[in-house]
Design a binder for this molecule. Structure first.
Ligand code: G4P
Length: 522
């Protein structure tokens, strides 16, 4: 029997992996894909090689810096569920990209290095998840190495993140003796991930013999203590973002990844309801709705294309259907939506709520755009962060000013930089959250548009989106401060201040003006 829409939607799991660089996010992603058959059994070396050669090739800078600049999506099926992993750049200079990606997920896996515990970037990303009540599954990685005491790690998560922990598995052994996981809830044991089904045992004593003699008593005591002292897993609390189930493993050595993927299937929520301006949209509604959270150009240098990544919020997308673009009210033919499998892509004939599709286009779609089957609604909440660095772009060849303008407009539409056009007609200012974004801009302007540029310090260092309850208040401010006002890509006004002191001064002088550091697309 054909699957109903509700059934198809309920087996989608869309999540991101959040981690401090080096905790093992890439390794874990590869292992998950391996399980789903999305990549062939390639071995670690090959996987790593693939990562460097194919995924990163499109941008030299990424290779040079050894960081992942690209946010992409990878889809795979496992045990009846369809998983969409949304990858996020690890480097904090691309934080705005990561935050926007987190608006498109229903859950997150937090990877923690067992020796290092909670690191700064983990903490930051966790805070974004908390703002959005995204449920989090914790994976304590690298148990095959010298690590901290598991209780200590759990305490740290509870204290630093104010998050209840519920260890679902307990590590059998540590570093060299680490050999599997013990499920505290149902007394099943799994050695490596090659074991599809865990083995039921009578208690921790039954597996102690897998450990050297001097570690056996400790293991049995720890399991008993964990059972007594730790909270049992409560799914409701997890779904509300108060509790995290915890798994121990080693992505590199294939331990605990199967526990994790089963947990994603069993615990993680199906596609959530999404808030739009006029109403809340439910995932299993008949009609298709979606929003764009990421634009990526030139993913494949041979195609020079531009892909909008859209998260489907409700219904079913069918290839060839027409969608209404809320920003313009115009129709858009979805003739070639795509799915992504590791480094390959494929035409998507049908996709359901929870799925992420790439929509090739020539600049029609922008970050934050809503697509519907006709209904006039706009999804809320895709954020734009006020830039930390403002620069003027200096062109070496003044004859190419028009080309530069076009190129900057495109880069801004992709979300590489933000672009502000001053009201007084002076040259545009680019804004970025992290300095590496400027390097990306420079590299791409040169490589893709043949425009060598340099950057000049602007007299402004702070930027805020301005609004007022009464339009006349805003007009008054804009007229009075014309030299410090610019428009963003959408034509929304921003106030540019020399420093935070003058920002504070002006906001005290003009209390009717709201100055926002974050703009939500609308
Ligand atoms: P990231 O994407 O979070 O930055 O981490 P990535 O997967 O690239 O892993 C970082 C390093 O940690 C890699 O070492 C990787 O092999 C290693 N690693 C990941 N998971 C485990 C694990 O479970 N156990 C152990 N022992 N190591 C693990 P690398 O290839 O040597 O790269 P690098 O250290 O030179 O960056």
């Amino acid at each position: 029997m054909a699957e109903t829409l509700a059934e198809a939607v309920s087996r989608r799991r869309t999540f991101a992996i959040i981690a401090h660089p080096d905790a093992g996010k890439t390794t874990l992603t590869e292992k998950l894909l391996l399980f789903g058959g999305a990549i062939q059994l390639a071995g670690e070396v090959k996987a790593k090689k693939d990562r460097i050669q194919t995924r990163s090739d499109w941008m030299k800078i990424e290779r040079e810096r050894g960081i992942s600049v690209v946010t992409s999506v990878m889809t795979f099926e496992y045990d009846g569920n369809v998983f969409n992993i949304l990858d996020t750049p690890g480097h904090e200079d691309f934080a705005d990209d990561t935050y926007r990606t987190l608006t498109a997920v229903d859950a997150a896996v937090m990877v923690i290095d067992a020796a290092k515990g909670i690191e700064p970037r983990t903490l930051k990303l966790f805070e974004v998840c908390r703002m959005r009540d995204i449920p989090i599954i914790t994976f304590i990685n690298k148990m095959d190495r010298e690590s901290r005491d598991p209780f200590e790690i759990l305490d740290e998560v509870e204290e630093k993140l104010a998050l209840d922990t519920a260890p679902v598995t307990w590590p059998i052994g540590r570093s060299k003796t680490f050999c599997g996981s013990y499920n505290l809830a149902d007394n099943t044991v799994r050695g490596s991930d090659t074991e599809i089904v865990g083995t039921k045992v009578n208690g921790p004593q039954a597996v102690a013999s897998r450990l050297p003699e001097n570690e056996r008593d400790d293991f049995v005591n720890e399991v008993e203590l964990a059972r007594e002292a730790c909270r049992p897993f409560d799914r409701q609390s997890f779904l509300e973002g108060h509790m995290t189930p915890v798994f121990f493993g080693s992505a590199l050595r294939n331990f605990g990844v199967r526990d994790l993927i089963n947990a994603l299937g069993d615990f993680a929520p199906p596609p959530r309801d999404q808030v739009a301006d006029v109403r809340t949209v439910h995932a299993a509604e008949e009609k298709m709705t979606a929003f764009v959270f990421k634009i990526q150009a030139n993913m494949d240098p041979n195609h020079r294309d531009r892909i909008a990544f859209a998260r489907i919020c409700s219904g079913k997308l069918e290839r060839g259907m027409k969608a209404r673009l809320a920003r313009t009210g115009k129709q858009l033919g979805l003739t070639a939506p795509q799915f992504f499998f590791a480094s390959q892509r494929q035409l998507a004939d049908t996709a359901f709520a929870g799925d992420v599709v790439g929509i090739p286009n020539h600049g029609t779609l922008r970050i934050g755009d809503t697509l519907t089957e006709g209904e006039a609604l706009v999804f809320q909440g895709v954020p734009n962060f006020s830039p930390e660095i403002l620069r003027r772009v200096r062109l070496e060849d003044a004859m190419k000013a028009k080309k530069l303008k076009e190129a900057l407009q495109q880069m801004a539409e992709e979300g590489v930089v933000q672009l502000f056009s001053p009201e007084d007609g002076s040259p545009a200012i680019v804004g970025v959250v992290g300095a590496l974004q400027l390097d990306v801009l420079k590299e791409r302007l040169s490589a893709e548009y043949g425009l060598p540029v340099s950057f000049e310090i602007s007299r402004f260092s702070v930027c805020r989106w301005i609004s007022a309850d009464k339009p006349e208040d805003l007009d008054k401010f804009v007229t009075a401060r014309r030299g410090d006002i610019a428009r963003d890509l959408d034509g929304d006004p921003v106030f540019l201040a020399q420093d935070s002191f003058s920002l504070r001064y002006e906001s005290e002088r003009y209390p009717a003006i709201k100055m926002a550091a974050i703009k939500e697309y609308h």
